[in-house]
Design a protein around this ligand. Structure first.
Ligand code: PHE
Length: 341
């Protein structure tokens, strides 16, 4: 009788050896401890068919074997759980010696990069950088800039009005007025920023674009100072060999007024695709601050004079980077912007 149980025990331990996961363990348990068809249950059922004097002893041995099987299964279960935990640890282990994953870094917008270069050039000439409001009253947008009521520049077909007296600035020249109100001359400021015009977007126009305003007010400022300043700017931005020229022009807030061009840095003035054959590239508007503008902020035009200019940053960017459609600068298409990283 004992022999039978010893064989069963040996068979169990043999089977247990190959258990490698919880499914196999469940199968093992069912095979031996299953209530109905388990092998141990089958032995228990045999007790009744034994001679009465052998029953107690056999029953005890079967129970012992049952306990032994039970505790071996519990041991295997614990062992499997430990193995699973340590292999999970192994899998999740962090190798601190591996190089890190580099986060994707952004970069500055091409307009911002160029704006910073322009700022550096003027700062090196003693200018300070100022900021002004993008939504502005008629006083700063027009009146103080010598743009009288009825002037076409005030037309709502050109300017975005927010209310009767408030509009998005169509030029950075409003900052001239703020600067002169804030500080007494001598005054040297530049003011880069957004401006807004009711233009239909096309490759060379966008309803929002960037300008940089310049203003220099002091005693004895002359047109020669303006010419020299812009000449220096062109040299520092585009090349020491380049020339500048003035073309007479009209802006209500300057007198005299001029459009500024510089000789093409690609062909050196002989004519090419970039300067459209003319040898010259437009830089922006400029002139001597109109006496009425000085008066509007309480500066005596007999004592002080000044020059002002307004340059288009977008146009400079388009030229510099060879962009043939300035709208690309505002669409925020990452494939385009990534080229300027
Ligand atoms: N504000 C003018 C423009 O937007 C440019 C300019 C600025 C002209 C300062 C003269 C002086 O076209």
């Amino acid at each position: 009788m004992e022999e039978r149980l010893n064989d069963l025990r040996a068979q169990f331990f043999e089977d247990a050896k190959s258990v490698a996961d919880t499914d196999a363990l469940t199968a093992l348990r069912d095979k031996y401890l299953g209530r109905k068809s388990g092998l141990i249950a089958a032995e228990k059922k045999r007790v009744g068919s034994l001679a009465p004097q052998a029953r107690a002893e056999f029953g005890r041995l079967v129970n012992e074997l049952g306990d032994e099987v039970e505790s071996e299964i519990a041991r295997i279960k614990e062992h499997l759980a430990e193995a699973a935990a340590s292999s999970a640890l192994e899998r999740e282990r962090i190798d601190v010696t591996l190089p890190g994953t580099r986060p994707r870094r952004g970069h500055l917008h091409p307009i911002t990069l160029l704006r910073q270069r322009i700022e550096d050039v003027f700062v090196s000439m003693g200018y300070s950088v100022e900021d002004g409001p993008e939504i502005e009253t008629s006083f700063y947008n027009f009146d103080a800039l010598n743009i009288p009521p009825g002037h076409p520049a005030r037309d709502s077909a050109d300017t975005f009005y927010v209310s009767k007296d408030l509009a998005l600035r169509s030029q950075t020249s409003n900052v001239q007025i703020h600067s002169m109100q804030r500080r007494q001359p001598p005054l040297r400021v530049i003011a880069p920023g957004r401006v807004f015009r009711r233009d239909t977007p096309d490759p060379t126009h966008n309803p929002m674009f960037f300008q940089v305003e310049g203003l220099n007010v002091d005693r004895n400022i002359t047109l020669a100072d303006l010419k020299g300043t812009l000449q220096k700017f062109v040299e520092m931005m585009y090349g020491a060999n380049l020339k500048t020229r003035f073309r007479p022009s009209y802006f209500p807030f300057v007198e005299p007024g001029a459009e500024v061009d510089f000789s093409c840095y690609v062909c050196d003035g002989t004519g090419c695709r970039v300067c459209k054959g003319s040898g010259w590239i437009e830089l922006g508007g400029s002139g001597m601050v109109h006496p009425n503008v000085l008066l509007s902020v309480g500066i005596d035009p007999e004592e002080f004079s000044g020059f002002a200019f307004g340059l288009g940053i977008d146009r400079m960017a388009a030229l510099m980077y060879g962009i043939d459609d300035i709208r690309l600068l505002y669409e925020n298409d990452v494939r385009f912007l990534e080229q300027f990283a």
